[in-house]
Ligand binder design. Sequence first.
Ligand code: DC
Length: 222
Amino acid sequence: MAINIAIDGPAGAGKSSIAKHVSKELGYIYVDTGALYRTVGLYSIRKGIDTKDAQAVTATLKDIEVKLGFVDGAQHVFLNGEDVSDAIRTPEASMGASNVSAIPAVRTFLFDLQRDIAKNNNCIMDGRDIGTVVLPDAQIKLFLTASPEARAERRYKELIEKGEKVDFQDVLDDINKRDYQDSHREIAPLKQAEDAVLVDNSGCNLEEGVALVIGIIKEKLN
Ligand code: DC
């Protein structure tokens, strides 16, 4: 049986950076489920559709094929055959993803894809509802968090390094808004699963965060 590790938590908590390192060390694949919601959001944005308009977004789903591919262990996401792995990483796509993720039909649309990967592969899957909804039977569940300021600082640095012109306060406002939306939506809201280990990595750099998470996982796997 495949071993599944679920990592949930709010935006910018370090889930993907930490999970990428940990998955390499364990030889598991890393699945970033946020990329799937971002891809659905990107399609609407490109079509000029309001990502909060549930009816209009739902109507686009029949025209969308979302696929995940893994190149040297790194996840790539494809929208109707186009590799959109970079295009989904803008602040606009982040907000669009949070908006479409509150639409039940979008969650249903992406559910099987996530479940199928986990069924067939040892994986670390990160998102908002992995331990609670997508993989309730995952052998290990972590809820990774950090203070809003620490998370905004990391996102800000990432965006600046990519050459984007952003303001720190805007990044912090976006993080707070997304946290609120993601944890207050009716369907599959962001919340810690009862059997998840809470990991706060506010004061940690990446190396320390990775060590902390690997320590917990190894202890649980033994
Ligand atoms: O992890 P991320 O920042 O790339 O996620 C983008 C948005 O997608 C996030 O604001 C909420 C949504 N999301 C979700 O609802 N469920 C998931 N499993 C993953 C992401």
